[in-house]
Structures are given as C-alpha cells and as structure tokens.
Design a protein around this ligand. Structure first.
Ligand SMILES: NC(=O)c1ccc[n+]([C@@H]2O[C@H](COP(=O)([O-])OP(=O)(O)OC[C@H]3O[C@@H](n4cnc5c(N)ncnc54)[C@H](OP(=O)(O)O)[C@@H]3O)[C@@H](O)[C@H]2O)c1
Length: 224
C-alpha cells in the first residue's frame, strides 16, 4: 500500500514518513517536486544511517502524490487546507484522506493554546465537506512532530481515529498500529474529531508548562 503525505516536507509529515516508511511505500508531496525529492532522500538517509530497513520513499508534486497514494495524509497548515484540497478534488476522488489538522488560534495571531474552529466544527469535517467523494478519516492530531522524529524511541501515544466509513477507519487504524508505541482507537464518526482536535492545545499548554518535547495521551480501561 502507498501512503502519500501532502506537505510531507514539513515537521509532522516528515515525522510520520520516518515512522511509516518501515512498512509502507511513502510518497512525500510538496508544492515543489524538487523539495519533495530532497525530503525523500533525507528520510532514506536517516533510516539507512540507523540501520532501519524501509520500503520505497519518493518525492512528488502534491497533485501526482494525490493520484499515486492509496491513502493520502493531509499534512499542510490549517489555514492552507482548503486551498490545497480544492485544487485536488479529482485526484482525491474515492481515496482515503487522513485529516491531521488542528485548528490552532495561532492562525489569527492568538495563542497556540486556543482554537479557532472552522464553521463545520472540526478540520476533518471541513475537509469532508469539500471532498464529498473521498473518505475522510481523522487521526494523528495528538502526537507531536518532535516525538515522531525521535526514531530511536517508541512513540508512547494513543491515536484517536474518527471517521464515517468503517472500512477506511479500519485501514487507518492498521497504519497507526504499525508505528511502535502507537495504538489506534476507534472513536466513532467524523463529528467526534472536534473533541480530538481540541485536545492538542491542552497538550501544547502542558509542553510549555512542564518544558516537554511533546506530551501525548493514553486512554485507560480499554480491553483489546
Ligand atoms: N507539528 C506538529 O507537532 C503537529 C502535531 C499534530 C498535528 N499537526 C498538524 O499537521 C499539519 C502539518 O503541520 P506541520 O507542523 O508539519 O506544518 P508545517 O511544517 O508548517 O507545514 C507543512 C507543509 O505544508 C506546506 N505548506 C506551507 N504553506 C503552504 C501553503 N500556503 N499551501 C500549501 N501548502 C503549504 C509546506 O510544504 P511545501 O512547501 O513542500 O509545499 C510545509 O512543509 C497541520 O495541519 C498541523 O495542525 C502538527
């Protein structure tokens, strides 16, 4: 299975690519093909230097990456989400699109410990409204890029997964569970994403207060 990461040149996309390349073919997407290719080379270099085996990692322009990926992770800043996906509707038709965006109030110059919600209630629901023919699944909002990039350590974070299409959600949970230390938890329909996305500003506040690299979450009491 091929996983495309649009904006995979950025912090979160890069961290996810590092972790997922062990099991999946990865396509780093960017607005610029050369930047994506450079990022892909960098990932391979890091994994090789640590002796970690990986599948193929390539770089492409976002449009080609959207076409090639079986699962497409949207890893662009909140405020650029709509402009990115409006242009890729055709390529993303029928695909599983993973929304990882957090609506931090930083976009209006306010604190990163607050949110500015889109009218739909969550970034994931906003994405689904504009990508009617894609299957949007929400995940990875509560894990920090800084933790993902520390490839020598397991992640230690539950990943809350929401979505209206059960089969797509199951596939994304499988992807999540491939990351050492992550546990994907089915949290119900896409509308639940509003609560998941709003946990992140709390975690950012904890990171600031306790000078943490990246706090995460665990849900207790679940039997597996
Ligand atoms: N960072 C974290 O710890 C973290 C944690 C949880 C969730 N998230 C979520 O993950 C997503 C990515 O976060 P990030 O920190 O990785 O962001 P980022 O590094 O600021 O940006 C990611 C990529 O987005 C692309 N981009 C920038 N401006 C753009 C524009 N105007 N139009 C289209 N693409 C643009 C850039 O790629 P190109 O220049 O190569 O196109 C950039 O490398 C966000 O939605 C964020 O809420 C982040």
């Amino acid at each position: 299975m091929k996983i495309a990461i649009l904006g995979g040149t950025g912090d979160q996309g890069f961290g996810l690519a590092l972790r997922l390349a062990k099991k999946y073919e990865i396509i780093i997407g960017s607005r610029k093909r050369e930047k994506a290719e450079e990022s892909a080379e960098n990932i391979k270099k890091i994994l090789s230097s640590k002796g970690i085996p990986y599948r193929d990692v390539v770089g492409m322009e976002n449009r080609d990456a959207s076409q090639e990926g079986d699962i497409v992770i949207l890893s662009v800043p909140y405020q650029h989400t709509l402009s990115t996906i409006k242009d890729l509707k055709e390529e993303l038709k029928g695909k599983i699109v993973v929304s990882i965006g957090v609506p931090l109030a930083g976009v209006i110059g306010d604190k990163p410990t607050r949110v500015v919600l889109p009218p739909q209630g969550s970034v994931a629901q906003m994405v689904q409204e504009y990508l009617k023919d894609s299957k949007v699944v929400s995940a990875f909002q509560n894990v920090s890029a800084k933790v993902l990039e520390c490839i020598d350590e397991p992640v230690d974070c539950d990943i809350l997964v929401c979505g209206d299409d059960e089969e797509s959600k199951r596939k994304v949970i499988e992807v999540v569970n491939s990351i050492e230390g992550c546990r994907g938890i089915d949290c119900g329909g896409l509308e639940m994403s509003r609560y998941v996305e709003q946990i992140t500003p709390l975690l950012i506040g904890l990171n600031i207060k306790y000078k943490l690299k990246g706090s995460g979450i665990r849900i207790t009491g679940l039997r597996r």
